[in-house]
Design a protein around this ligand. Structure first.
Ligand SMILES: *Cc1c(COP(=O)(O)O)cnc(C)c1O
Length: 426
């Protein structure tokens, strides 16, 4: 190849750079096909996908059952809007409500929309059920949260990159430290205007921070004591990712026996997205029981595409796959194996300090400053070695493969990761 001749990858990257807004900084790899735990680039090189589109592709790339449901529905009826009924939405709402053990579901498309929906439901509930005075409701959130990119959501982020020069911001949020019950209690104590507490069961974007074992249960109890809604953002942790159907696992139908002994927490409002469709289509949802969900009345909220027939068909198929293929159990078993195998290496490593996570939502911490490009360089080398992952915050690399992985494939991935880390030992 001559120097002037460009690779297919470089051509695709150049197009994005010239014609696309620069709102991401992707790893330089251009993918054109996916199947199960694998993706292929435009040059035909095969990789393990160790990000799963931020846990949207839990069921694996192009799962035939999901693709089949999507194709059939796309050829039958795609969109009616909610101006009319369609014959798929009710079936899906029943299926998903029973699946997650809630009275009702409100369908949206993206995770951020579902978070916005939950915040609106919580505020309505505050005024109409709790009796908070107009415009006085406050919602407690955690430092280093990630809940999406809308103006309201970034208003309560403390990530300067996500926030700067997007003001004025939405009021009505109180920040407390994550995994800190004292701060939560102090924020609840003596403030009758608190309507809700919004929390990620594991902080994914922040770097896969797993809270203390009893944090969620005790936080829920504090919320109950103060008549405050416990709102779980399980957009990333939900749908089998952490080795259980939900990371909060409240009353869920998860059959993973290893769950027992871990306290159940049923959120008052549950937010789901990403893997609701297995990555095939944007599908998100908010679930709650009637006394909360019924504050939503005709005209007070909506979305043209929310609950469309394709989304309904795809989500039912995607949730079926989670049960049929026992993905929660697989994530639990493989997650334990992954951490124990990596820990054997980390014991004697200087470049990697630790591995943490639950199920197949894990991260390693690289022994370098947050500003260093070591984690990025390791991800570049992982790419060269056939595995795709991305740094989250500076020196942290998240590892979240599709949950349809086999034990042999996982061990193969551990070999790739260890081999790559070895190239960076000093
Ligand atoms: C990805 C994510 C969101 C936002 O979802 P989008 O579909 O990107 O809008 C919200 N919360 C959490 C925890 C997420 O991981």
């Amino acid at each position: 190849m001559s120097i002037t001749e460009q690779t297919l990858s470089q051509q695709a990257i150049d197009l994005e750079n010239k014609y696309g807004a620069h709102n991401y900084h992707p790893l330089p790899v251009v993918l054109s096909r996916g199947e199960g735990v694998y993706v292929w680039d435009v040059e035909g090189k095969k990789y393990y996908d160790f990000l799963s589109a931020y846990s949207a592709v839990n069921q694996g790339h192009c799962h035939p059952k999901i693709v089949d449901a999507m194709t059939k529905q796309a050829q039958t009826l795609s969109l009616t809007s909610r101006a009319f009924h369609n014959d798929m939405l009710g079936k899906y709402e029943k299926y998903a409500s029973e699946y997650f053990n809630f009275d009702k579901l409100l369908p949206m498309n993206t995770g951020a929309e579902a978070v916005e929906t939950a915040l609106k439901i919580c505020r309505r509930w505050a005024y109409e059920k709790k009796g908070i005075a107009e415009n006085q409701a406050e919602i407690i959130v955690c430092n280093n949260n990630f809940h999406g990119r809308t103006t309201t959501i970034i208003s309560f982020s403390n990530d300067p990159v996500a926030r700067n020069n997007f003001g004025p911001y939405t009021n009505g949020f109180i920040k407390v430290a994550y995994d800190n019950l004292e701060e939560l209690e102090a924020a609840l104590e003596g403030n009758a205007n608190v309507a809700g507490f919004l929390v990620e069961p594991i902080q994914g974007e922040a770097g896969v921070y797993v809270p203390a074992e009893d944090y969620l249960r005790k936080a829920k109890a504090l919320c109950e004591k103060h008549n405050v809604l416990f709102i779980a953002d399980e957009v990333q942790t939900g749908i089998a990712r952490t080795g259980r159907l939900l990371a909060t696992c409240g009353n869920c139908n998860c059959e993973n026996k290893d769950c027992s002994g871990t306290p159940d927490v049923k959120p008052d409002i549950l937010i789901l997205g990403k893997a609701m469709s297995g990555g095939a289509y944007p599908v998100s949802a908010v679930l709650a029981d009637d006394p909360i969900m019924n504050v939503i009345t005709p005209g007070s909220h909506g979305s043209t595409f929310g609950g469309n027939p394709i989304a309904a068909a795809v989500a039912m198929a995607a949730l079926d796959v989670v049960n049929d293929e026992k993905l929660a159990e697989n994530a639990y078993v493989l997650g334990n194996l992954f951490r124990s195998e990596l820990n054997k290496y980390i014991e004697n490593s200087t470049i990697c300090q630790l591995v943490r996570g639950k199920g197949l939502l894990n991260a390693i911490v690289i022994n370098d400053s947050e500003e260093s490009d070591t984690a990025w360089n390791i991800c570049m080398r992982l790419r060269d070695n056939g595995l795709l992952a991305k740094p989250t915050h500076g020196n942290i690399i998240r590892f979240a493969p599709p949950l349809v992985m086999t034990e042999a494939e996982l061990l193969d991935c551990v070999l790739i990761i260890v081999k790559t880390l070895k190239e960076f030992e000093v």
